[in-house]
Design a protein around this ligand. Sequence first.
Ligand code: NAD
Length: 503
Amino acid sequence: MTTTPVPEAQLPATGIHRPAYGHFIGGRWADGASDERITLLNPADNSVLATVPSGTAADVEQAIDAAQRAFPSWAATSPSQRQAVLYELAQRLRKRAADFALLDTLNHGPTITETSGFFVPLAIEQFELFSGAAWMHTGSTRVSGERLGLVHREPLGVCAQIIPWNAPLLMFAAKVAPALAAGNTVVVKPSEIASLSVLAFLDEVSDVLPPGTVNVVNGYGPAVGEPLVTDPRVRKVAFTGSRATARTLIGYAAANIIPQTMELGGKSANIVCADADLDAAAEGAAMCVVANKGEFCLAGSRVFVHDEVLDEFLDKFTGVLGRIKVGDPTDRATGLGPLASRAQLKKVTGYLELGQAEGARLVCGGTVATVDGFASGNFVEPTVFADVDNTMRIAQEEIFGPVSTVQRWTDEDDLIARANASEYGLAGGVWTSDLRRAHRIAGRLDTGTVYINQYYNFMENMPIGGYKQSGFGREFSHEVLEHYTQTKAVIVNLREGPLGMFG
Ligand code: NAD
């Protein structure tokens, strides 16, 4: 396998990231066709971390050229060759795990405890999982009389992958690893808000990736996304992000009728039964508020609490939140970092006002947080609204911030009806000591994931994906290989001679 080293002049001088990046095309850094640059900010103080070029259709064209050139030889590699590359990506990530954790913390605000203990380990796991999965990418055989059927799984070609800002490196790993394992090449468009960890990782692994297998074009959604997804050489689009963007992308994908996977938002029900361990449930609900600042697609942000235990639960819930320190995300004592952007801060504070205007009862938080030494940061107090009606906008819309809504329930059928009365269907949680009840409720929830007695109970090789408007397709598990391959049926006649149909 040949590799192209990154030119010396473009390597980082000091520190763990460079002040400026290009696009990564054909194994090299490229400046891009436009002089316009985008600044990547640190949301803790809104200082500039680095700049990236604002991608254009011309940059996309070059990236697709590179991916297209790389495809035949990458598709022809053996499973062991693909495994070697993917495993080395995992090793490089592991070797500098602390650096990459810090980069995600700096660029979009999750605490260092979260990035080093959760996001980066999960990203490593994706490369490890799919290094093994390169061997599992097998077809099947069928026999019927004198016919032998061979079902092959073949790679698709060049895949477009568009990822959001709320977990850049993990999203990158979860998209790129299975695509490469299945023999595809990719053009990735990271978010214009947060991509520092992805770009620094490419510096780290540029000698590992065969040129053109992984290409990255920075920039704004429509400017990069439309030429990328509508190019006839692109054979698939995989997207993680909002519903609004998904609708646009599905339109682009219609141009050449290419397959799509859409990992979208959520407004997940987190159900506390009267027989639940309330300390555990309160801790789990608090995690849903603060984990990744609530900017977590899976967050259980609609909490349904049985009437009998509501007051006790609310005391415990607000008690846990009251102990969480809001502040500098690089400090290990911090439990809640800044929202990823000013735009996100504006959106979330708008919902804080809306909740009160809609008549919900503010139990805690409800305002921006002031943090010593970080006056310009995007901090919000962890917020809980009680006495929420499921039809309120704060109960229906994805706030994507540290905000929880609490509803009361008594009757299980009514509970299920309300829990399912959402356009989303990504995840759900159930807290009870009765396993029959847990399975019954889990079975009745219209969601792609249900966590029983621990929210965010991530388990290796378990599929993540949505029902309803939370999208379609599954990632994070071997099922995703189905989305990155197409089936070819080859049928062999084992009988000799002509059929004798025409005398
Ligand atoms: P977004 O839809 O605004 O942006 C996501 C990506 O799409 C970005 O790279 C953006 O530049 C790009 N984009 C925007 N317009 C585009 C266009 N016209 N063509 C092509 N690309 C375009 O979403 P976001 O605000 O970055 O992310 C937050 C959303 O992502 C939330 O809804 C969240 O729930 C969802 N999310 C879902 C999952 C999941 O696995 N289900 C995981 C993480 C985030």
